[in-house]
Design a protein around this ligand. Sequence first.
Ligand code: CP3
Length: 358
Amino acid sequence: MGLTSGTPHLLRAARGEIVNRPPVWMMRQAGRYMKAYRDLREKYPSFRQRSEIPEVAIEVSLQPWKAFQPDGVILFSDIVTPLPGIGIEMDVAEGKGPVIENPIRTQKQVDNLHSLQPEESLPFIKTILQALRSEVGNKSTVLGFVGAPWTLAAYAVEGKGSKTYSIIKNMAFSEPAILHQLLAKLSDSIATYVRYQIDCGAQVIQMFDSWAGQLSPQDYETFALPYQRRVFEQVKQTHPDTPLILLVSGSAGLLERMSQSGADIVNVDWTVDMADARRRLGKEMKVQGNLDPGVLFGSKEFITERIHDTVRKAGNWGHILNLGHGVLPTTPEENVAHFFETAKQLDLTKSELLSAVK
Ligand code: CP3
């Protein structure tokens, strides 16, 4: 921690300051791999309860903070949480993920969607974010997040997760005008939601375009990238100082295009070597990642080695250490503890890693 500033470590790194070690957090750091979460799940069996009853969502968000003191504490919620607020009812089913009973398939359904009024439909988000900020103070950074237009449209149109994305691709390639209207509407509500999260206390925002890696690069440029940009541009107009992270799963073929989205930080997954990602994204772009979540099934020595390898390749500027995607539900908690301890002990100004850093 800096002695000179009250700004937390992750936020300083995300803004481009040189820091003595990369800040570290983990996607899905609250969740099923933690016994404390599984216990709480017995008491509150539905995901919507756990994420929308403020006291429960606050407790869940803070479980990993209390156990591991990560540099980032992410809001416990889901990307589909704002959908009812624009007229799309949903549930999050055990072991399955989001389910939308009346998927959006027609022009009329798109016309009937309304814009998000977060103060009305998402008041619990304010309570949760404010509580997280007051709990962690400047010892950690509070992250908010949203789903990106393409990924939320995929859930809205398919009605659930998919392996092939046949229904939304059918719409994209046979009735593109309807899909573009849906994407535009989603973009504006997502931007509203990001602004609301920032106003409520989120210090960094990550946008998940989890399923945009299912698109060919040319279709990414048509159906994903312009709408990512539309969200980020609107947010930057009112909140220029809040760092924005973009994640796409399976993004190896899209990295350069992701950097055209207006994001400040590009999440890199483990299918790309971190040194290659740095080369491809250029010196100006900050990165997050990129250990394979499966590494946390290895020995402590192995985990340490992979952390060192990633940090060496990412260099000493503009890197947030993370897994390339969410931690897996069967991961041993003691390995997660080791991941955080090792990462927090790094000191790039002292260790022999420094000489290896370019
Ligand atoms: O990172 C965090 O700790 C914050 C919590 C978080 C959740 N969902 C909680 C959750 C975040 C950031 C998300 C985002 C999310 N949700 C994404 C983007 C991230 C990604 O994986 O690419 C997506 C695609 C969803 C949709 C979704 N919700 C899926 C695919 C699932 C999992 C289905 C399953 O059971 O494996 C969910 C449910 C969900 N959201 C869980 C959690 C912890 C698991 C259900 C549970 O714990 O009961």
